[in-house]
Design a binder for this molecule. Structure first.
Ligand SMILES: [Zn+2]
Length: 175
């Protein structure tokens, strides 16, 4: 059963003493004072749009969300800016170089990795790329791509609700 990450802190990671109250946020060790805050980690998602106002969607080859659709993106690395993470993740996953981007909106997300669910803050950007640039997927992570005007049925097949909400927000804002 999926469980929130704070439930997995049954022992202090610093001194190893058993937790008195499992699942409390933040985790605080009564023996050594170590604290862990479980704050959301930052992630980026790119709404890559072509000249025909079609959106690049990618299908996930790995869990979480294997076989479902999403936006190129991923976690921000330590020491990286949000913008650097956006450029790096879109390049790594699709081989596209972002030529312009603008911040769109953020939505919280939950990331289930092997049953442990951690909070994520997804930051979405609308991105442009050169018209001649060709998509080459990172085939370990992604197995299909499409340039689409997202249909309701496609939006039903998305891996993460946050990605869906960002696309719906973008579609509403375009009108
Ligand atoms: Zn401790």
């Amino acid at each position: 059963m999926p469980r929130p990450i704070e439930q997995t802190y049954r022992y202090c990671p610093e001194c190893g003493v058993s937790a008195e109250r499992i699942g409390e946020m933040p985790f605080r060790c009564t023996a050594c004072g170590y604290a862990h805050f479980f704050g959301p980690v930052a992630a980026v998602g790119g709404l890559v749009v072509n000249r025909n106002e079609e959106l690049l969607m990618v299908r996930r080859a790995q869990d979480p969300g294997k076989g479902k659709w999403g936006l190129p993106g991923g976690f921000v690395d330590p020491g990286e800016t949000i913008e650097q993470a956006l450029h790096r993740e879109v390049l790594e996953e699709t081989h596209l170089k972002i030529t312009a981007s603008r911040y769109l909106i953020s939505y919280p997300n939950l990331y289930d990795y092997q049953g442990v669910v951690a909070p994520v803050m997804d930051l979405f950007f609308v991105c442009e790329v050169d018209a001649g640039d060709q998509v080459q997927l990172d085939e370990k992570e992604l197995d299909h791509f499409d340039w689409v005007c997202p249909s309701p049925s496609r939006l039903e097949q998305m891996a993460f609700p946050s990605n869906r909400r960002a696309i719906e927000y973008w579609m509403r804002a375009k009108r």
